[in-house]
Design a protein around this ligand. Sequence first.
Ligand SMILES: [Zn+2]
Length: 330
Amino acid sequence: MFSETKSLGPAWVKEFLLRQESFWDVNDTGMGSWIWRKLLKLRPVARHFIRMEIHNSQTVRFWTDIWHPLGRLIDITGAVGTQKLGVQRSTRVFEVWDGINWNFRRCRDRQLCNMIQQIEQHHLDFDLSTPDVVLWKNSSSDYREWFSAVDTWHLIRHTRPTQEWSKVIWFPQGVPRFSFITWLAVKNRLSTGDRMRTWGHTQGCIFCGEPNETRDHLFFACPYTFTVWIEVVGTLLGRDPDPYWENTLDHLTHHRFDFLTSILIRLVFQVTIYMVWRERNDRKHMKNPRQASQLAKVIDKPVRNRITSTKYTQKPRLRGLLQLWFTAHM
Ligand SMILES: [Zn+2]
């Protein structure tokens, strides 16, 4: 059903239900069997588990299939993108790509230019003799040519209700944007170099040059980020900082910190992850690099702001919060 070379469904599905449309694009018209309509409803979930690998580029639809790390391109530009690039919605990749160059209409739209740049930088293994294939996600970073119900189930049930580490992420004094990025880091969902490799990109550590950029390297096995972490965490851990991700997360999850320390340690952990990730992205976009001590100052500020906004002076349980922050950094 997803590829035209290896059809999974009966021919009439393509003939009468899909017609010329992509599975991702077809409207639910009320036609078809119960299971067909269930499948249509499950598209938002399925989207995360499938991608197309381009070889002869004959079957993959440029706009509506998932073949680029950005996701479905039509979701980025909206329908207007088809006019701006001069590429129709139903166009297959081979109609705009000759194996070397992409043929788009010139455009000045910044968002589109950005997207084109990313398309051009995305490496494709052009091979006329090999059909395009559908890949199924079998683990958090691995795609294969076969579908495994068990693996998919394990990936879906990832949203288990209680995780021990969840208290490191969500707490009343937390700040949503810092919590969220930390949640992504804990789930290893940040698009670090190792995760992009399955897409054909290679990305080393932008701070130290280590060839394999992983979540564990960034937080905080990298000499640069570890220097930052040592500086910002001060004495809050109650022991020397550890460069290993698992050890840090384990300590934050299981160590019995006193109440005020437990607030500060989670806050500084989250702000550090956020700012390291931002610094990493800034450097990728050619912004001036910050030294470790500068980044430590950038981290200190939102932590102090959050301490102030808790109105700690008026709340007996929080009294001493700022004092503790200072003491930990003497
Ligand atoms: Zn590094």
